[in-house]
Design a protein around this ligand. Structure first.
Ligand code: 26V
Length: 827
C-alpha cells in the first residue's frame, strides 16, 4: 500500500499544472480533443469540445485530489461520512471552473480556439440525482466541507436515471427518462477494483466459536457495488474532496453456456436484476414492488459505504473501539438508517466483537437529521419485507429494541402505552420498523433543520424520546452554498458585493453585513436595481430560447419554485392569480390599475401523486387563458417552464423580486429556496414556517411580507374543527375565484376537469388554503404598494442580502462540526 502511495506522489504532483496558463490550457485542451476524443479541432462536435474541456479542468484538479486522498488517509483524523440517498449536484463544469479559479483562463483559451465557452456550458446535462431540497442540501454540504477543508466523504447512489425530465402535454405533466449519462460523463471515475459485495436474502444460523455462540448470515444472492468517484473541489483552497457513488452490477458475468444455447434473456437475467438496484432515483412515493427495490437501494449503498470506510480508510490494525473518534456517519433522513444494524452486524458477526462493545461503538458513530414533519414521510419498513431481504438485520433491530425498551421500563416502570409508543417496532396497521425511531435510539445526536422544525420535532413528533434522551436533540438550521447560488448564479450582484465589501465574502458570508451601510446610498441602490434588471433580461432570453415563453417587460417577477405538494400550497398562489384575473375579466378592476406581474412557477409532481399533477394542469390552464386574454393587456403573465432543476434555478432566482414561501405553518421543515432568494435580493412573502421564521427575524419585519396563521393557530383551528366552507362563504373574492375555476373557465367550459381540486379545497383540505386566503391577499396588496416605491423596495432588497449571511451552508457545517461531529478542519 505505502509503496503505491509513494509512487502516486512522485508521479502526480507537478508543482504547477500545465493548464494554469492560457497557452498551457489550450495545449491540454487540444491534447484531450485529439487523444481522448479522437478528433481534430476542425472536425470536432460541440460535445467533443465540451468533453475535452471538462477533461482539461478535471486533470488540473487531479494532482490535488490524489494528494488530498493520500493526506486524509495518512492523518487518520476524525472525518465525516455523509450518507445520503440523494445528491442534486447541478452542473459541474461551471462550478469546477469557479472553484479552481480557471474561469478566466478557460474563456481565453476557448476563444483562442474559436470556441464559445458559454455554448459549451449549456451542453452539460446536470446530474439530477435527487428529488428536491434534501438532495440539494447534501450537495451544498459537500461543497462547504471541501471549502472548509474538513476531512469528509459523501456516499450515495449513482442512479443511471435521475429525477425524471418533465414535459407538458396539453398542460399536463409527462415524465421522460433522464438520460444524463447518454453523452458521456467526464466528471466521474469508476473504480471496479474497489468494488464491494452486497448480500441479500437467505437465512441466519447459530454456530459455536470456541465457547461463544455466534450468528452467521447465509445470504441467498448478492450484487457488486462499483464505486464512481466525483471530485468535490473546495473554493480557491486547492482542496478536492470525494463524493463516492455506488453502481450495482451482477457478481457473475453472464452465463455463456445458456447464451450459446440461445436463451439470451435468461443468460443476462442476473445482470439485469442486479443493475436494477441503481437504475433509477425514486420519486417520493411508490408501489409495493417499488418499495422493495427502494429498501434494496438503501441497504445496497450503506452496506457498500460502511465496508468501504472500514476496509480502505482505517490504518492497518485499527482498534475498532476507537471508531467514534475516527468517524461520524451522518444519516441524511431515514433513507440510510439501515446502516445502524449493518455496522452492528459487521462488528459482531464479521469482526467478532461482543454485542455490548459493538453497541457502544455504534451509538458513538451515528447522528441523524430529520427533514420532515409529515407523518406519512417518516419511513417504516414492514417486518415481513425487511425479514425477507435482510434477516440478520431484523434480528439485530429486535435486540436493539428489546434492550432499549428494557431501559425505558427501568425509567418509567411498566407504562405499556409509553412502551408501545416508543417501540422501534410498530404493531399497527402492520408490524413495521420505524426507521426514525431506530435512528433516534442509535444516534449520538438528532437534529431538525430549522429552529421551528427542531422544536416541533422535540415537542410533537418524538416527545417521548426527547424526554428520555435529554441533550440528544438539537437544531442545525440549513444553509446554501454562496459559491453556486450567489457567485455563479448572480455574477452582477457578486461584483457589486465585492466592490462594496471587498473580496473574500464567498467563504465568509457574514461579511455581507458590510452592505448594510450601502442600503442608504442612492448610487448603490441604482447599481443594485440595474443588476436586477440585467438578471431579468437574462431570464427573458433564457425562457424564450428554452421554452418560447415571454417574460413581461418591467414586470414584478413573482416566483414560486419548489416541488409540487399540497402542503406547499401552490393553490394559494393560483387563487391569488385567478382573483386578480377575475377582477379584470368581470370589469370591476381596470387592467391599468393592476401592478404588472409575471408569475413564474417551477415544480415537478411525483408521478403517482394525482392531486399534485392536477394542480400542475390547472396552473398551465390558468396561464394559457390569462396570457391570451386581451383584456389583461399583458399586465399579468403566468409562466410555467417545464423541468425545473438546479440549472434553471440559477437563472430564475437572481431575477426574482418576490419569493413565495407560503406553506401551511408547521409543515415545511426548513426550505432552502427561501434562503437563495433572500440572498439574491428578492423580498419574501411567507408564512411563519420553517426557516422563514429565521429569515424574517434577521431581515426585519419591515423587509418581509408575513401573513397567515402561526403553527399554534393552525393547531387550534384543527382542534375546534376546520370548516373551509365558512371561509368560502365569508369572503367574496375567494368565492369569485373558486367559482371561476369551478365554472370551467380554464377548461374550455368543462366543469369536471378541475372539480377534484375545487372539492378538495372546499371539503377535504388538510393544508387550510382557504383559511389563509384573505391574509394572503392582504399581504399581496402590501407587496403592490411597496413595489410602487422602487427606491424603498431596492433598499429593502439590499437589506435582505446584507442580513442573510447566516444562511451560508458553511455556517451550517460549523454548527454540525461544533455541536455534533467534532471533526475540525485539517488544514
Ligand atoms: C417525502 C414524502 C414521502 C411521502 C409522501 C409525502 C412526502 C412529502 C415530503 C417528503 C420529503 C421528505 C424529506 C425532504 O425532502 N425534506 C426537505 O428537506 C429540506 C432540506 O432539509 C428542507 O429544506 C425541506 O423543508 C424539506 O421538505
Amino acid at each position: 500500500m505505502s509503496e503505491i502511495r509513494a509512487t502516486h506522489t512522485l508521479a502526480l504532483a507537478p508543482v504547477i499544472p500545465p493548464a494554469s496558463t492560457v497557452d498551457g490550457f489550450v495545449q491540454e485542451f487540444l491534447n484531450n480533443l485529439n487523444f481522448r476524443q479522437g478528433v481534430a479541432l476542425s472536425s470536432s462536435s460541440q460535445n467533443d469540445r465540451y468533453l475535452a474541456l471538462a477533461q482539461t479542468v478535471r486533470d488540473y484538479l487531479m494532482a490535488r485530489w490524489l494528494e488530498d486522498q493520500r493526506a486524509q488517509f495518512e492523518r487518520q483524523s476524525k472525518g465525516v461520512c455523509y450518507l445520503s440517498a440523494e445528491y442534486l449536484l447541478g452542473r459541474q463544469l461551471d462550478n469546477n471552473l469557479l472553484a479552481s479559479d480557471l474561469g478566466g483562463i478557460a474563456a481565453e483559451a476557448m476563444s483562442v480556439c474559436g470556441i464559445d465557452l458559454d455554448e459549451l456550458r449549456g451542453l452539460e446535462v446536470e446530474p439530477g440525482l435527487g428529488n428536491g431540497g434534501l438532495g440539494r442540501l447534501a450537495a451544498c454540504f459537500v461543497d462547504s466541507l471541501a471549502t472548509m477543508s474538513v476531512p469528509s466523504i459523501g456516499y450515495g447512489i449513482r442512479y443511471e436515471y435521475g429525477i425524471f425530465r418533465q414535459t407538458f402535454v396539453d398542460g399536463q405533466q409527462a415524465e421522460q427518462p433522464d438520460q444524463w449519462l447518454a453523452l458521456g460523463s467526464p466528471w466521474e471515475f469508476p473504480h471496479p477494483e474497489a468494488a464491494q459485495i452486497v448480500s441479500f436474502g437467505g437465512h441466519t444460523e447459530r454456530y459455536q466459536d470456541g465457547d461463544v455462540e455466534r450468528t452467521r448470515w447465509i445470504p441467498a444472492w448478492n450484487v457488486q457495488a462499483v464505486p464512481y468517484n466525483y471530485m468535490v473541489p473546495g473554493y480557491h483552497n486547492g482542496r478536492v474532496n470525494t463524493l463516492r457513488l455506488w453502481s450495482a452490477v451482477a457478481t457473475h458475468a453472464f452465463d455463456l453456456r445458456i447464451f450459446n444455447s440461445g436463451d439470451y434473456a435468461e443468460a443476462v437475467r442476473a445482470q439485469t436484476f442486479a443493475s436494477n438496484i441503481s437504475k433509477v432515483l425514486y420519486p417520493e412515493d411508490s408501489t409495493p414492488q417499488g418499495k422493495e427495490l427502494r429498501l434494496q437501494q438503501q441497504y445496497f449503498f450503506v452496506a457498500a459505504s460502511v465496508s468501504d470506510f472500514l476496509d480502505h480508510h482505517l490504518a492497518d490494525g485499527f482498534d475498532l473501539t476507537k471508531l467514534p473518534d475516527r468517524v461520524i456517519f451522518q444519516l441524511n433522513d431515514t433513507h440510510p438508517v439501515i446502516a445502524v444494524p449493518e455496522l452492528m452486524r459487521v462488528l459482531v458477526d464479521v469482526r467478532g466483537l461482543e454485542w455490548d462493545a459493538a453497541w457502544e461503538i455504534t451509538r458513538g458513530c451515528f447522528a441523524y437529521t430529520c427533514h420532515t414533519l409529515l407523518p406519512e414521510a417518516l419511513e417504516e419498513w414492514s417486518v415481513d419485507l425487511l425479514g425477507r431481504l435482510l434477516p440478520r438485520h431484523l434480528e439485530i433491530i429486535y435486540r436493539i429494541n428489546e434492550e432499549f425498551l428494557a431501559e425505558v421500563r427501568e425509567t418509567y416502570g411498566d407504562d405499556e402505552l409509553r412502551i408501545r409508543n416508543m417501540s422501534i417496532i410498530a404493531e399497527h396497521p402492520e408490524r413495521a420498523i420505524r426507521m426514525a425511531y431506530l435512528a433516534t435510539v442509535a444516534g449520538a445526536k438528532v437534529n431538525g433543520v430549522a429552529e421551528l422544525h427542531s422544536q416541533l420535532l422535540r415537542d410533537k413528533v418524538l416527545p417521548d424520546f426527547a424526554a428520555f434522551f435529554p441533550g440528544k436533540f438539537t437544531n442545525v438550521t440549513n444553509g446554501v452554498t454562496p459559491r453556486r447560488f450567489l457567485r455563479l448564479a448572480n455574477p452582477g450582484l457578486s461584483s457589486l458585493i465585492t466592490e462594496a465589501v471587498g473580496p473574500g465574502w464567498e467563504t465568509d458570508l457574514d461579511r455581507l453585513q458590510g452592505l448594510e451601510a450601502y442600503a442608504d446610498d442612492a448610487g448603490f441602490r441604482t447599481a443594485f436595481a440595474e443588476v436586477k434588471a440585467q438578471n431579468k433580461v437574462r431570464l427573458r432570453h433564457e425562457l424564450l430560447a428554452r421554452d418560447g415563453l415571454v417574460v413581461g417587460e418591467d414586470h414584478l417577477m413573482d416566483v414560486m419554485v419548489k416541488r409540487l405538494h399540497e402542503y406547499k400550497r401552490q393553490m394559494l398562489k393560483v387563487l391569488h392569480i385567478v382573483s386578480l384575473y377575475e377582477g379584470i375579466a368581470s370589469g370591476r378592476v381596470a387592467a391599468a390599475e393592476v401592478t404588472p406581474r409575471t408569475f413564474i412557477f417551477g415544480a415537478k409532481a411525483a408521478p403517482g401523486y394525482a392531486m399534485a399533477k392536477r394542480i400542475i394542469h390547472l396552473i398551465n390552464a390558468v396561464g394559457s387563458v390569462i396570457n391570451d386574454d386581451p383584456r389583461v393587456e399583458g399586465r399579468l403573465k403566468v409562466l410555467f417552464p417545464p423541468n425545473y432543476n438546479v440549472t434553471l434555478a440559477e437563472r430564475v432566482i437572481p431575477a426574482a423580486d418576490l419569493s413565495e414561501q407560503i406553506s401551511l405553518a408547521g409543515k415545511e421543515a426548513s426550505g432552502t429556496g427561501n434562503m437563495k432568494f433572500a440572498l439574491n435580493g428578492a423580498l419574501t412573502i411567507g408564512t411563519d414556517d420553517g426557516a422563514n421564521v429565521e429569515i424574517r427575524r434577521l431581515v426585519g419585519d419591515e423587509n418581509f411580507f408575513l401573513f397567515g396563521m402561526t403553527e399554534p393557530e393552525v393547531e387550534a383551528l384543527w382542534s375546534t374543527g376546520y370548516r373551509p366552507g365558512e371561509f368560502y362563504q365569508a369572503d367574496e373574492d375567494l368565492r369569485r375565484a373558486l367559482d371561476l375555476i369551478a365554472s370551467g373557465a380554464f377548461s374550455g367550459g368543462d366543469r369536471s376537469t378541475f372539480e377534484p381540486v375545487v372539492s378538495n379545497l372546499l371539503y377535504d383540505d388538510r393544508f387550510m388554503v382557504l383559511a389563509d386566503f384573505a391574509e394572503y391577499i392582504r399581504a399581496q396588496r402590501e407587496v403592490d404598494a411597496a413595489y410602487a416605491d422602487q427606491d424603498a423596495w431596492n433598499r429593502a432588497a439590499i437589506l435582505n442580502v446584507a442580513r442573510c449571511g447566516f444562511f451560508s451552508s458553511d455556517r451550517s457545517m460549523r454548527d454540525y462540526i461544533n455541536g455534533i461531529w467534532h471533526t475540525p478542519p485539517a488544514l
